[in-house]
Design a protein around this ligand. Sequence first.
Ligand SMILES: [Zn+2]
Ligand SMILES: [Zn+2]
Length: 297
Amino acid sequence: MITNRPSPEDFEKQSIQYLIQSLDLIIKNSEGEEFVDMVEVEIDDYWKYHQGILNNSLTLLFLSLENYLKKEICTVSPMLLVAGEPKKWAKKNSDRKFSELFIHPFDDLLVLYTELGLGNITEQTASKLEEFRLKRNQITHGVLEEHITPEYILESFYIFMAHIWGHRQWWDQLKKHIYNEPLFGIYDTDHEKASVTTYIDFLVSYLGKSKTGEILGVDLKQRNYFCPSCHYWLNHEYEVTDSKYAVLKPNSSSSTNLYCVICDSNYTVFRKKCEEEGCKGNVIGEGYCLTCFAEQS
Ligand SMILES: [Zn+2]
Ligand SMILES: [Zn+2]
């Protein structure tokens, strides 16, 4: 028998960890961009100089994708992942650990994924995947032919999330795994839950609100409001960042329901004018104007 077989959850966790690390590499190193401003280095030159970081980010995104396919195939059976003739998998009358077996390479996983009816890959996505796979191979072989840019990685990320993971799926998975493994451990859990706002800030900065909203399954081109919960918890001790990704659902002038995509919660809001001078906001929730976040009496 083949023992210690993995579960879809094992691959999902792996896939999300790679995904987070791929984004984190660019986010963390973008912090150096402030320094770049100081010494007046063009941002393109900065990244040209830091190709190693972008190569790693691309490789991690590829690994994430590969593990996503494994996860999906594993929902049918982990044995479908194993390469080679089944009669050679295990020795007679003895057990063998799953980890000792060879797993199909990416191309074969992709065929299994589509042939098992687990997902539909359009021609456009398929050619993007092929291009991405070739770039990953060039990196692995140390012969990358052109410069990688953060825009290229983020654009690829967008295509994979929109057309392979599916709108919102990746976001739910990312939050689930981040919440299970706290980022900081020093703050409160409410703060940690709101901290994923920084990922959305980052995606919006590269992809814009239209594409970011599309992969989150929410229309961010609508007027955005502060989330009464996320914004509060993110800034109640130290100012971290605005959490302003909540939208009225339905989107009407009398709507009293506000939905935040960060905490995935709905809030009842009151439609009355903000007390703050100069603010035209009229969406009030939990004692705050959700346009300017001034406290209301
Ligand atoms: Zn929220
Ligand atoms: Zn206001």
